[in-house]
Design a protein around this ligand. Sequence first.
Ligand code: 5GP
Ligand code: ZN
Length: 148
Amino acid sequence: MSCIFCRIVAGEIQAEIVAREPAATAFLDVQPLADGHVLVVPRAHVPAIEDMEPGDAEALFRLVHRLAGPTRAAVRAEGSTIGVNNGDATGQTIPHVHVHIVPRWSGDGAGSVHTIFKSGTRRPVAEIGAAIRKALGTSADIQKGLPT
Ligand code: 5GP
Ligand code: ZN
């Protein structure tokens, strides 16, 4: 087993673990971007979100939800940026899914998620929406409101 995060989950490598559940574990990032920078990982070794079993994805986000408040409270943060580098092209360095929870304070100098992206869109929004619905196998009818 060469994956660092698998080895942390298995207890083979030391980490500052803050929560452990059957399908997900949370520990502090070794090179924190801010005090309280937590990584939440699934037990199963999968590189990308889309590779996860639905139940594992649910367990992962449940733990993110469980940790968001206490992590913020522990370092008296005003908010947090929660994100995933999902795939090599995004700068993901460890090919085992991990959710970053990074505490934030107003005026901390870091930007919002929007500041990551320099370029705008190239294709019409409606065209992209149709392409995603097709890939999902959903009908254009979902654009209509639910019956009341
Ligand atoms: P990525 O760039 O893949 O989204 O984030 C990987 C994160 O894992 C980085 O923030 C890095 O500091 C953290 N990291 C890398 N190796 C270790 C390790 O051995 N222990 C811990 N706790 N964090 C690690
Ligand atoms: Zn792994």
